[in-house]
Design a protein around this ligand. Structure first.
Ligand code: GUN
Length: 287
């Protein structure tokens, strides 16, 4: 392996320590940052995710409340619950775990969250703020990727960044964040004709497709930074990303592992957004 590893676990620990310091300072003023998490249904992966989010929050000193509702819960009732949380001054962040059951309109649910409590950064107001370069909550996964690039002192100015994937949660906001740092950005997706043509020219590749081996060694420019957002299982049931780690780490300059890369950073940036929400609510924040 020639690439240097960007250790998401270590960096996330550092971020959590920073957040814990900010939480302690707020608590001294009688303010307890509070994240409210809503889970509808019993998707096993979602249950693991929300438990981790609550545990991370509590470990960092934030209060976290988990509300669970059955899969058959009416959307109107969910919206009423979100509206109640919107006006609860003790709640600073609201997160509705996705996916929602098929009878619900996920975007309508997200739009019901007050933008100042949208710690996932999925509200159209947050997406719009990112689009035009205004302050607002950034989606946690691309935000975490940016923090990883920052951790290696990487300047994106005039670099070519290729994002593979165009989801609202990762691909699109990732591209906008890279653009905001003056990268030249290419977004590739399922209809891209020659993916390797683009990635071979890239100084930075972010793979966010949800498919194994989307990026292999022959597709990477020597020395490039490779960030793997994927979360898949290999033939032995082992967790793996979108990148052929063994091969690409022979060519890349920097690479993030799976597990222990982007995943822990996504969780850490949720805590950052929540402390920002609490600070802004009490007018001490820098946002
Ligand atoms: N489902 C998968 N990832 C996420 C996330 O980051 N936020 C929410 N709310 N749901 C998810």
């Amino acid at each position: 392996m020639t690439a240097q590893l960007i250790d998401g676990n270590a960096l996330a620990r550092q971020v959590r320590t920073e957040v814990a310091g900010r939480v302690a300072a707020l608590k001294q003023r009688g303010i307890t940052p509070h994240l409210s998490v809503i889970l509808v249904g019993d998707n096993p992966a979602s249950m693991v995710y929300v438990r981790n989010k609550v545990a991370d929050s509590e470990q960092t000193g934030l209060k976290a409340t988990l509300e669970r509702y059955p899969a058959a819960f009416a959307q109107a009732e969910l919206l009423a619950r979100i509206r109640a949380l919107n006006v609860d001054p003790d709640v600073h962040g609201i997160l509705v775990q996705l996916p929602l059951p098929p009878h619900m309109d996920a975007q309508a649910v997200i739009e019901t969250i007050a933008p100042e409590k949208d710690v996932d950064g999925f509200h159209v107001a947050s997406a719009g703020a990112l689009m035009i370069g205004r302050p607002g909550f950034r989606p946690c996964t691309p935000y975490g990727c940016m923090r990883m690039l920052d951790s290696i002192g990487y300047s994106l100015k005039a670099k070519h960044a290729v994002v593979i994937g165009r989801s609202n949660i990762v691909g699109k906001p990732m591209a906008l964040m890279l653009l905001a740092q003056n990268a030249t950005v290419t977004i590739c997706h399922s209809a891209t004709l020659d993916l390797a043509h683009h990635t071979r020219d890239a100084d930075v590749v972010v793979a966010a497709v949800g498919k194994r081996n989307v990026l292999t060694a022959d597709m990477v420019k020597p020395g490039a930074v490779v960030i793997d957002v994927g979360m898949n299982r290999d033939d032995h049931g082992k967790l793996c990303g979108d990148v052929d780690f063994a091969g690409v780490s022979q060519v890349a300059g920097w690479i993030t592992p799976v597990p222990g890369g982007v995943g822990p950073m996504t969780r850490a940036m949720l805590l950052v957004n929540t402390i920002e929400a609490a600070q802004t609510a009490h007018q001490t924040g820098s946002k």
